[in-house]
Design a protein around this ligand. Structure first.
Ligand SMILES: *Cc1c(COP(=O)(O)O)cnc(C)c1O
Length: 455
């Protein structure tokens, strides 16, 4: 629906609101979708149209859009103590409780938590912590940050520099000192005749070579998403983390797991590092941390970084960093409730129970002639459209195939996201078998329609 009359919500949105990551010609053509409310996994627009949100908002609304317990936790905390900071040795009680809970559910035996308002800020904070720490330990030259192409770590100047996407060149980013390795996507990056084990070995060798070339003592840290999310749902190649972790350890380079998407069950375990069986030095969390009911991010430091940062901070009296709303009491109360809802009230159990059905649906659609790869883990998946399945040749970029698919899905009442030439699906953890059927039915209809137009 594209209501262009001057007082429509669509026109009013266009007049005074900026959209992020939005193709403006498409909006001019189709109109924006302005939403009023949600129910379970569905959202509703100003015209009363219903959409099944196959992306859980932006990966985060895992408890759906009308969870009564989360709204109540927010209301109760607003009534009790509506806001405070975490500066100057002061902190709300709910924030103290949340840190205990986060360390308890983390893979770490002990640790400490620092709060931000977003995932980007949490990555920024982690980088500043590493710079600060290495300098305090007499290695001020240890400043370079290694990530991978296609990684998504956020949009602030530092986290955008970590993000391995070419679109950041419009800002003149990445900043110097940010290095990107090859994306460990075997299907796309594997060479002719190279098996997956050899591919993984090549990725590890590339890391070794980069460390040798740059100098191990210039590298501050290595950041990775267990499954790359916004890069197109790319699970690591077989044995990837087992191959790279020893290299990082050998050179004293901390491994940071950016679990902003994977954290709290998306990949089937609480943390993506558990799904892929590696032990990071710190975890970055956001998105599902509050099930999307409050903006909040967290850096969860493992025991080694906790001790070292503590010593470094004592030496200079304070760690000069923090956001006004870091550790917000309402966010903390919501996060405590969200963690309880996910882990103890059946959300993670349901996500696990729905995963085989989700994988079955993805595999069925993967049989279409123009789907080149189906990939994913747990309740996150992507379908990559190709012109030619055998040669993996993509569609001509000018056809905007994935955008057309996503737009056609929207017309059928399904929200899903185009990423490169892929379509991403990550339903909320409350999804039912009937709703999964609805999701794949609508998607299949849209794909059939679009492939008939372009193939
Ligand atoms: C979304 C995301 C971020 C950034 O989080 P924001 O809250 O949008 O700043 C960082 N890392 C990963 C893996 C993400 O998916």
């Amino acid at each position: 629906m594209n209501d262009q009359s001057p007082n429509s919500w669509e026109s009013r949105a266009d007049a005074h609101s900026f959209y992020g990551f939005t193709d403006l010609p498409t909006i001019e053509d189709r109109g924006a979708v302005i939403l009023t409310h949600g129910k379970g996994p569905y959202v509703y627009d100003v015209h009363g149209r219903e959409y099944l949100d196959g992306n859980s908002g932006l990966w985060n609304m895992v408890a759906g859009f009308d969870h009564p317990g989360l709204a109540e936790a927010a209301k109760a905390q607003y009534d009790r103590f509506p806001g405070y900071h975490a500066f100057f040795g002061r902190m709300a009680d709910q924030t103290v409780a949340l840190s205990e809970k986060l360390v308890e559910v983390s893979p770490f035996s002990d640790g400490k938590v620092f709060y931000t308002n977003s995932g980007s800020e949490a990555n920024d904070t982690m980088v500043k912590m590493l710079w600060f720490l290495h300098a305090a330990e007499g290695q001020p030259q240890r400043r370079k940050i290694i990530t991978r192409k296609n990684a998504y770590h956020g949009v602030t100047a530092v986290s955008a520099s970590m993000t391995g996407k070419p679109y950041n060149s419009v800002f003149g980013l990445p900043l110097p000192e940010f290095l990107h390795l090859t994306c460990p996507h075997y299907w796309r990056e594997g060479m002719d005749g190279e098996n997956e084990a050899d591919f993984t070995a090549r990725m590890a060798q590339e890391l070794e070579d980069m460390i040798a070339r740059e100098g191990a003592d210039t590298i501050a840290g290595f950041f990775a998403e267990p499954v790359m999310g916004a890069g197109g749902v790319i699970p690591p190649s077989e044995g990837y983390f087992q191959a790279i972790q020893p290299i990082l350890q050998k050179h004293g380079i901390p491994l940071i797991s950016d679990e902003v998407i994977c954290g709290f069950g998306r990949t089937g375990e609480v943390w993506g590092c558990e799904t892929y069986d590696f032990m990071p030095d710190a975890i970055i969390s956001s998105k599902c941390l509050t099930a999307g009911y409050f903006p909040m991010g967290a850096v969860i430091l493992g025991p080694d970084l906790t001790d070292r940062l503590q010593k470094a901070s004592e030496a200079i009296e304070e760690f000069p960093h923090g956001f006004t709303a870091s550790g917000h009491p309402v966010g903390s109360a919501i996060a405590l409730k969200a963690i309880d809802v996910i882990l103890n009230e059946g959300l993670l159990d349901n996500a696990r129970a729905m995963t085989p059905l989700f994988e079955e649906g993805m595999a069925r659609i993967g049989e279409m002639a123009n789907i080149g790869e189906v990939r994913g883990k747990g309740l996150m998946g992507a379908l990559e459209a190709v012109q030619d399945k055998a040669t993996k040749m993509p569609f001509d970029g000018s056809l905007s195939v994935s955008e057309r698919i996503a737009n056609t899905c929207t017309d059928h009442g399904l929200i899903c996201r185009p990423l490169g030439q892929s379509i991403v699906l990550c339903p909320p953890f409350i999804i039912t078998p009937g709703q999964l059927d609805e999701m794949f039915g609508k998607l299949e209809k849209a794909l059939t329609q679009v492939f008939a137009e372009v193939a």
